[in-house]
Design a protein around this ligand. Structure first.
Ligand code: NAP
Length: 537
């Protein structure tokens, strides 16, 4: 590994220029002095925040912790304007990072990696782009995101629709004029719940096609108090220490009190207070067992159901919006701004597609078993082929030409969510089997980037060329990831965590539920023990 690599040969290829790829590039190029190239399919940096520009797009993590922690000056100079960062602001932040560290010169934009094949004879990855370029690289590092392969359901007649249609994760950069239009939104996950209230303000009529009702907590978004941010900046070291050792990657101290240890009156007062404060603190600052104990959980689920019935004026609509088939937090927890209130607007209609399924998309709109809905625009807020989808979009082949898609055909198999046996020097940032999507992503991303950089540095010092997960260590980790997930409430819902949103996808719980703090300790222990469970050659 040297700086004087041939022009078409490099030390490391990084795929993706989002949070993960940008920091990985900074580490490899500027700290380790490696020749590194980043390939990014968009025409600019940002990853998730480059693509997800739908109305109302915003992060559910609070601004001051939805950022990098690796550079103190960067932390001090950036000013967040709101409690939760909105998509344009996160994108500006990532552009600022790219400029500040002069990262763009190592990024090929508008370039997708179509294949990556491991050359056993040379111990190199041979990477081919859609521009026809073929580059050999010792390391292949994926910063491709967990939720970057959008899924538009294969509804009969979709291609016949004469109006406009968009997926929330591929929203046009110039925006979409919805003023005065009849809009149908399919899907009520995070993207639907965020976009529906905003679309309702512009559209003449909005029809929401709901399959599964959602629990969602008010975000209580607003401008961020300058005094609060000053205090954060003065205490960032401690804030990051807490975030990095926590379960979810946020510096919130969970309350040590069971929902079942107090009277119903007291419990509801706690929930009411947490509801008024808003955000994920509803879970963490109320009771310690609502995500663990089904009886405790039912008290929180029931509280939210009562709120929906209270907010939504029409009792029939309210009842359709009340989730009854899965417990709160078993699907990705949501926070919202005016979501349930939106159903009190005259121009908004909820269409229950469990009751009357969508039969087809026609030239003029959506036909359910009960009615035809004439539409000018269809918005697919239908989610992603999560975690494995981004990998399967690239033809990745390891030793002996084995395809990753083949190896993972019964579900992803990784060691620590970083490496997979048979694919030497393929290192995954927030891959399946790591906490990733169950955490505040920048915290998990930084941990992986730093672990990978340290690993490459150690390999260099020891004269090692390749690192690969040991097959037994991988099997043990896969079993551990599954065993940890089995007793949790996550197993009680059809969620994308389990691949349940993609027809035919194996039902396997993909992220690691052990928490970012415990997981970090495990990764550090593995490294300290001479990369236990890996083969370094
Ligand atoms: P999602 O959570 O998977 O929601 C997709 C929605 O579309 C669900 O309501 C789903 O119904 C529905 N749907 C899917 N296929 C359908 C079909 N064939 N017919 C009818 N309805 C269908 O996707 P998302 O809202 O894009 O969010 C994905 C993840 O991205 C989130 O969980 C979160 O991790 C991340 N995200 C985060 C933010 C944020 O931080 N604020 C914002 C957006 C996204 P079912 O529930 O019945 O499957």
């Amino acid at each position: 590994m040297t700086n004087s690599a041939k022009s078409l040969d490099c030390d490391a290829i990084v795929i993706g220029a989002g949070f993960a790829g940008l920091y990985m590039l900074r580490k490899l190029r500027d700290e380790l002095g490696l020749t590194a190239r980043v390939f990014e399919r968009g025409d600019n940096v940002g990853g998730t925040w480059y693509w997800n520009r739908y109305p109302g797009a915003r992060c559910d993590s609070e601004s001051y912790i939805y950022c990098y922690s690796f550079d103190r000056e960067l932390l001090q100079e950036w000013e967040w304007s709101g409690k939760y960062p909105e998509q344009p602001e996160i994108l500006s932040y990532l552009n600022h990072v790219a400029d500040r560290f002069d990262l763009r010169r190592s990024i090929d934009f508008n370039t997708s990696v179509v294949s990556a094949h491991y050359d056993d004879a040379r111990d190199r990855w041979e990477v081919t782009t859609d521009k026809g370029e073929v580059i050999a690289s010792r390391f292949l590092i994926t910063g491709i995101g967990c939720l970057s392969a959008g899924q538009v359901p294969d509804i009969q007649g979709r291609e016949l629709f004469k109006g406009e249609s968009y997926h929330t994760g591929a929203w046009p950069h110039e925006g979409v004029d919805l003023q005065g239009k009849r809009v149908g939104v399919i899907g009520t996950g995070s993207s639907g719940v965020q976009s529906i209230p905003v679309i309702a303000r512009d559209a003449a009529q909005l029809f929401v096609f709901q399959r599964t009702p959602q629990y969602t907590i008010p975000a209580r978004h607003g401008t961020v108090d300058k005094a609060f941010l000053d205090n954060v900046k003065a205490n960032y070291d401690e804030i990051w220490r807490e975030a990095k050792t926590s379960a979810g990657g946020a510096p919130y101290t969970p309350i040590d009190r069971s929902a079942l240890s107090v009277s119903e009156e007291e419990r509801n007062a706690v929930y009411e207070d947490a509801w008024q404060q808003g955000g994920f603190k509803f879970v963490l600052a109320s009771f310690n067992d609502i995500v663990i104990d089904p009886r405790a959980n039912e008290t929180a689920s029931e509280f939210i159901r009562s709120k929906i019935r209270e907010i939504v004026n029409d009792p029939v609509t309210a009842e359709k919006l009340v989730p009854k088939d899965h417990p709160f937090t078993s699907k990705r927890a949501l926070i919202d701004t005016d979501y349930f209130d939106t159903y009190n607007r005259d121009n908004v209609t909820l269409v229950d597609i469990r009751e009357s399924p969508i039969q087809e998309i026609t030239e003029t709109g959506i036909r359910t078993a009960a009615a035809d809905y004439d539409l000018d625009v269809i918005v697919f807020a239908t989610g992603f082929d999560a975690m494995t989808g981004p990998y399967f979009k690239i033809d990745i082949r390891g030793k002996d030409g084995v395809a990753l898609k083949e190896k993972w055909s019964a579900g992803p198999r990784t060691y620590l969510g970083i490496s997979t046996a048979g694919f030497p020097n393929l290192l995954m940032i927030t891959g399946p089997g790591s906490p990733s999507v169950l955490s505040n992503m920048p915290v998990s991303i930084e941990q992986h980037v730093e672990w990978i950089a340290d690993t490459i540095s150690t390999m260099r010092a020891q004269g090692k060329q390749t690192i690969e997960a040991d097959a037994q260590a991988e099997a043990d980790w896969v079993e551990h990831v599954n065993a940890m997930a089995q007793p949790t409430l996550f197993m009680q819902a059809d969620s994308w965590y389990l691949g349940a949103n993609i027809p035919g996808k194996p039902r396997v719980f993909m992220p690691y539920v052990g928490g970012v703090g415990a997981y970090r300790i495990k990764c550090d222990e593995v490294a300290a023990a001479g990369y236990e469970g890996f083969v370094l050659a």
